[in-house]
Design a binder for this molecule. Structure first.
Ligand code: 4IP
Ligand code: ADP
Length: 406
């Protein structure tokens, strides 16, 4: 009996190996856990292309027990902006080659009547969608929803977004993380001046809309230099201490276990802007750190440009994934000017920017692999055994026929 089970285990392990599937197959969180932490630096375009070419290989393996090609069906519900930037023909083509098929979700029909989906990928705004997806997730726990709506909701509010950061376990790491001091103003900005003083916040302050709702207005930020200027701001908002950081910020993209960090230009240290801003009361500033503001190839002072240490980022991301319950996000962080590795997290975004998309495909690839393995593991044991014997006999490991199983 023991011998029989061991043979089955060996066979299963062999199948996994043939399919290039990792052994630790936790299925609960949708397949991101077994990728192994990988961290990548800049020069992303070319690197992404190289990586995707390499990633297509696992789909060309032989599947001796599995004649039918498995597909991963990804239902998507995205804003039109996101759909346009994400579902590029090149990405769809690569996905198809990997056996991943993207299917649009019809928002006018009940979600449970659509599919079946293996994964639901979504970035849509509004309470109505949140209720739909929450209800769907409860009824279909077998579907991987990227990401859970409650987790996304948390980072669409700039107050709850950064809560819990102070408790992250980063004691053994080569860097430290802070959140700039901040205060929430729900109404009456003028009277917030006293609260700012009481809370010990130092000017200048960055004023950010409390809610991030995908609109340009929710990304309209201001610098407020004195108490008087606070009256000009429109609540609800968050007032956050400005941290000098030498004009460079780090965007840390996360897809499951994959980490990618890039440099972007940011606001310069405040001393150089001070007089101009004061003259205007508040200084309304544009989106300074967008994708177009890459600083990856800029000639920068090393103390400013040096990327955060890898072990630090790995530990931070691990902790944040648990804290936030998200798999697709990015962290915006800045290095306190003059410090070695003291960082502030200033923003977290859900399912951001283009540089994540091909990585996401690789992770969907892993979910597909897991799906295949789980299907294989469902195959009755007697069938596995029969197949193992057939192959073993052809390799002369076992007698051709008539041998007992015990
Ligand atoms: O806030 P910052 O740090 O600038 O990050 C932004 C936001 O996450 C945007 O999402 P939203 O506008 O929903 O808040 C996102 O747009 P999409 O997710 O719609 O693409 C941008 O991606 P890119 O547009 O790819 O840069 C990303 O760079
Ligand atoms: N506390 C801060 N100290 C210094 N600069 C900041 C701070 N908060 C934001 N910034 C600057 O403003 C930019 C946008 O801020 P962010 O919080 O990411 O808003 P958004 O989500 O609208 O992009 C950052 O990239 C950075 O340049």
């Amino acid at each position: 009996m023991f011998g029989t089970l061991a043979s089955g285990d060996i066979e299963t392990a062999r199948l996994r190996r043939d399919l290039r599937i990792p052994c630790n197959l936790g299925f609960s969180c949708g397949g991101f856990e077994d990728l192994g932490m990988r961290l990548e630096g800049e020069n992303l375009g070319a690197e992404e292309n190289r990586e995707v070419v390499a990633e297509t290989a696992p789909f060309q393996v032989e599947r001796p027990l599995f004649q039918q090609t498995q597909k991963l069906v990804v239902g998507y519900a995205l804003t039109s902006k996101k759909k346009k930037s994400f579902l590029q023909p090149k990405l769809e083509f690569m996905a198809r080659r990997k056996g991943i098929c993207f299917v649009p979700i019809d928002l006018n029909r009940p979600l449970s009547e659509q599919g079946p989906f293996d994964v639901v990928l979504h970035k849509l705004l509004g309470k109505e969608w949140q209720d739909v997806i929450e209800d769907y997730q409860q009824k279909h726990p077998e579907v991987t929803v990227l990401d859970p709506p409650s987790a996304i909701k948390r980072i669409y509010n700039r107050q709850s977004m950064l809560q819990g950061m102070a408790d992250l376990n980063l004691s053994d790491c080569s860097g430290s993380i802070y959140v700039p001091k901040q205060l929430v103003v729900l109404k009456d900005s003028a009277s917030s001046a006293d609260r700012v003083v009481e809370a010990g916040l130092k000017f200048p302050l960055v004023a950010k809309p409390l809610w991030i709702d995908g609109t340009a207005k929710s990304h309209q930020l201001f610098l407020a230099y004195d108490k008087r200027s606070l009256a000009e701001l429109e609540p609800p908002l968050v007032l956050q201490e400005f941290v000098n950081h030498g004009g460079v910020m780090f965007k840390v993209f996360v897809v499951g276990d994959i980490i990618k960090v890039v440099r972007r230009f940011s606001l310069p240290n405040v001393s150089s802007n001070c007089e101009k801003a004061k003259a205007n009361g508040v200084f309304k500033f544009p989106r300074v750190s967008s994708a177009a503001a890459s600083a990856d190839n800029a000639d920068l002072e090393p103390s400013v440009a040096e990327l955060p240490p890898k072990p630090f980022l790995e530990a931070l991301v691990k902790e944040l994934r648990t804290l936030l319950g998200l798999r697709l996000f990015n962290i915006d962080m800045i290095r306190e000017h003059g410090s070695k590795n003291v960082f502030s997290v200033i923003d977290i975004n859900y399912f951001p920017g283009k540089s994540l998309y091909l990585k996401l495909l690789c992770s969907l690839n892993m979910i597909l692999s897991e799906k295949q393995t789980n299907e294989l593991l469902k195959i009755p044991f007697c069938r596995l055994w029969k197949d193992a014997r057939l192959r073993a006999s052809s390799c002369r490991f076992l007698p051709q026929s008539g041998a007992s199983q015990t």
